[in-house]
Ligand binder design. Structure first.
Ligand code: PDD
Length: 288
């Protein structure tokens, strides 16, 4: 895709990205029958790798998809891709699908080999222009299915929501179900109230349990910040003093505008900035 060809991983082999191939009969291609993880890399090390592995296992389990490979095997593949691609900062994308089978709605036999693909994306994460200026979001109806807790590759609606946001001059979309914000198109959503309390949607089937969310909430609690996990409405978000999102690719990113209305003074807020710094420092220390 770029001038420099990456080395990617496909089903046991490390090959140049131009030689990587997956069958047209892959269940991921035909049915979006697969799950994924995105792990960030800082200083050439993996951020919260055990968290991503644990969530991958859970997603696979919910879809009755085994993966005959240990976490150590997965770690070794991630590390080799970091080395082969000289990745200092960026992301590693991992996808597992149910494998290749004749097109049929029924799942193929369990012994069907999984398709496993991983690739790197070099990208500045710490020096992020979006984090410096803060993002504008628009709210859109959450029209996804009701198992958003499973990290499936079925990302058409989040993609449509992001396109809608872009067409309105915004950076991203916040999804709204029954009047309450669930999460962002590819991140978890937070508001900060007048009394300093950080509010984010409680975990359930309508949001993805973010690996960054868990770490950031731990940082917030350690810093003696008040954290409330509950639903919040769009009206409450518009009246908040601050807002932000979290994800493996964006860490903590301030939100400065919702539906064209400034949040607080329309500048990245102190809570989000502080949490971003603390989160990055903690993750750099713990990365493997
Ligand atoms: N997105 N919610 C949704 C719907 C997501 O797609 C993501 C991650 C998150 C945050 O999860 P985590 O903190 O574990 O990254 C929440 C990834 C980064 C992506 O699709 O690229």
């Amino acid at each position: 895709m770029g001038l420099i060809m990456r080395t990617v991983y496909v089903n046991g082999e490390y090959v140049s990205e131009e030689d990587a191939k997956v069958s047209i009969f892959d269940r991921g291609f035909l049915f979006a029958d697969g799950v994924y993880e995105v792990t960030s890399v800082l200083d050439g090390k993996l951020v919260d790798f055990p968290g991503h592995c644990a969530r991958l296992r859970r997603s696979l389990g919910e879809l009755a998809m085994g993966l005959p490979m240990s976490d150590e095997d997965l770690l070794a593949i991630h590390r080799r891709l970091v080395v082969e691609n000289k990745l200092q900062e960026g992301l590693i994308y991992l996808q597992v699908t149910r494998g290749v089978a004749e097109r049929d709605f029924l799942f193929p036999p369990e012994e069907t080999p999984r398709t496993l693909v991983l690739f790197t994306q070099a990208k500045p994460l710490i020096q992020s222009a979006l984090a410096a200026r803060g993002q504008k979001v628009v709210t859109v109806e959450d029209l996804r299915w009701s198992r958003c807790d499973i990290k499936t590759v079925q990302l058409l609606y989040p993609s449509m929501a992001k396109m809608e946001a872009k067409s309105k001059g915004a950076d991203d979309a916040w999804l709204v179900r029954d009047g309450a914000v669930t999460e962002g198109s590819s991140n978890n959503a937070y508001i900060v109230l007048e009394d300093g309390a950080i509010v984010t949607r409680d975990l359930s089937n309508v949001i993805l349990s973010g690996i960054t969310r868990r770490a950031v909430l731990k940082c917030a609690r350690t810093l003696q910040m008040k954290v409330v996990e509950r639903a919040f409405s769009v009206e409450e978000a518009l009246a908040a003093v601050e807002a932000f999102t979290t994800s493996a690719s964006g860490f903590v990113t301030p939100v400065v505008e919702i539906d064209g209305q400034k949040i607080g003074d329309g500048m990245p807020g102190p809570t989000a900035k502080h949490l971003r710094e603390v989160y990055i420092a903690e993750m750099r220390k713990a990365a493997i």
